[in-house]
Design a protein around this ligand. Structure first.
Ligand code: GLN
Length: 485
């Protein structure tokens, strides 16, 4: 009997009724980890010595899970999937991981990401490419690629992720699972390697909406070590899910969802948008109202550039502490500056270096107002626009990406101009710190695609409830990847 392909609620029940022990679950999860490592290359570290915990009333007790490798874990290699930290063993654990341990959760592996979370393909980690368990010739998206592959393949019911632009919600879509980033600051980021601090969120990848709520309940909490964290002790996400969504109001954005906006649309994009429209119909069947809104294309088109400027600027500044003296392998050199240059030149992949060049350029005194400050101004306009929508609507519903997982061959970190906004609109959730969840939305070319629901800050409960109601009638709950090729 396997258990790792079940939901947290089901596994907990089996543990409480003595049908299985925490030790059995760990054994199963570790065996699956080794199998999925061979197939998908999803892990930096597999913790073969993981120890069982006592089963208590806590839903997470005794159950294995995975940790994205940009979360610090005391005494366990934490690389951020970068050569610059390939031997780094932290002396402290991220607060959110400590919180999970207090509930009795058992970590069994550390998952591969795009180097330091900078990327959307799952191909740039220092341990190599992560492949999609549905089709190994395709990517998982990124950056939480290993977490998504492992959850989809049934290694465990959940893995942590981080999301600066879409890094939880895009891989979730490509792997046919759930990805949830709660409101900015609900989960402490102390111990999460910083990428772009004003956009970074912790979150989770699961196979059901309720599981996502259970895990975030376990990770969240105010933390003196993260001044952006806030007290959510009165918010019980899991207990608040009742599936009652009658009268809720949703909107989608015409410029993103109308097939006529894409003159060169291929069949995959067409089916993806058709699926999306069918899902809007399902929302109506559930008693929700779904309206179309129109947003100025000039504003929408600015989103990818605003993201690039702000995220690269913040990343350049955050990663200036990677000198090779404090963390990571020491480089060769007879002088400190030569040593530092060698460390950074050899350690970072070309993609990261390109981003540091952009970041340094937009932060230079003579360029700062034109690029960095203007990007902040446009970010404000986008957030204001979305907050206006949230005055009328409980949530915005949109398709994730332009279709199913892309082929690995020929993949680049470049944008297709035609679908750039569709690929990147999830970044709005990071601009505003909005709670945002992706759930499976059926199939295109036999591969999973996703739909996203985003709400206003602190309104996580509505977002989860809408996602839960939809999940209940869509039939993709707790979906495990079945290889199609
Ligand atoms: N794909 C985006 C990027 O390349 C988002 C990454 C993320 O959310 N960490 O930066």
């Amino acid at each position: 009997m396997s258990y790792m392909n079940k939901t947290i609620e089901e596994i907990h029940e089996a543990l409480v009724n003595g049908k299985v022990t925490s030790k059995d679950l760990i054994k199963e999860s570790l065996e699956m980890s080794h199998k999925v490592q061979k197939e998908c290359n999803a892990f930096v570290t597999i913790m073969d010595d993981a120890k069982e915990t006592k089963v208590t009333d806590e839903l997470l007790s005794g159950i294995p899970y995975g940790i994205k490798d940009n979360y610090s874990t005391k005494g366990i290699l934490s690389t951020g999937s970068s050569n610059t930290l390939k031997d780094y063993v932290p002396f402290f654990t991220a607060t959110s991981i400590d919180n999970l341990s207090k509930k009795g959760a058992v970590a069994v592996n550390k998952t591969v990401l795009d180097e330091f979370g900078m990327g959307g393909t799952g191909t740039t980690g220092h341990t190599g490419v992560v492949t999609n368990p549905w089709d190994h010739s395709r990517m998982c998206a990124g950056s939480s690629a290993g977490s998504a592959a492992a959850v989809a393949a049934g290694v465990y019911p959940y893995a942590t992720g981080s999301d600066t632009g879409d890094s939880i919600r895009k891989p979730a879509a490509y792997c046919g699972i759930v990805g949830y980033k709660p409101t900015y600051g609900m989960i402490s980021r102390y111990g999460l390697f910083p990428f772009a601090s004003s956009l970074d969120h912790c979150g989770v990848l699961t196979r059901s909406v309720k599981d996502a709520a259970i895990v975030v309940d376990g990770m969240k909490g105010i933390d003196k070590n993260d001044m952006t964290s806030w007290d959510s002790a009165d918010m019980h996400l899991y207990e608040s899910i009742d599936g009652n969504v009658k009268g809720k109001k949703l909107c989608y954005i015409k410029e993103l969802c109308d097939i006529n906006m894409y003159p060169n649309a291929d069949d995959e994009l067409k089916s993806h948008l058709e699926n999306f429209m069918k899902t809007c119909e399902k929302c109506r069947e559930l008693g929700m109202e779904v309206c179309e809104e129109s947003i100025d294309m000039t504003l929408l088109s600015a989103i990818p550039s605003v993201y690039v400027v702000i995220s690269c600027a913040e990343a350049t500044s955050n990663m200036s502490n990677l000198t090779g003296f404090i963390f990571g392998p020491r480089a060769e050199g007879d002088k400190w500056d030569v040593e530092m240059k060698n460390y950074r030149t050899k350690g970072f992949s070309p993609l990261i270096k390109r981003r540091f060049v952009i970041g340094s350029y937009v932060l230079q005194a003579e360029n700062k107002d034109r690029y960095f400050h203007n990007a902040q101004r446009v970010r404000r306009l986008v957030v204001d626009k979305w907050n206006e929508l949230f005055e009328k609507y409980d949530a915005v519903i949109l398709p994730v990406g332009s279709g199913p997982a892309k082929k690995l061959e020929g993949s680049k970190d470049a944008l297709d101009k035609n679908t750039a906004i569709l690929e990147d609109h999830l970044q709005i959730g990071n601009f505003g710190g909005f709670p945002s969840i992706t759930i499976p939305n059926g199939f295109v070319s036999k591969l999973p695609v996703g739909v996203n629901i985003t709400g206003k800050c602190f309104n996580d409960i509505d977002v989860l409830n809408i996602a839960y109601a939809l999940e209940s009638i869509m039939g993709y709950k707790n979906q495990i990847a079945k290889e199609v090729k």
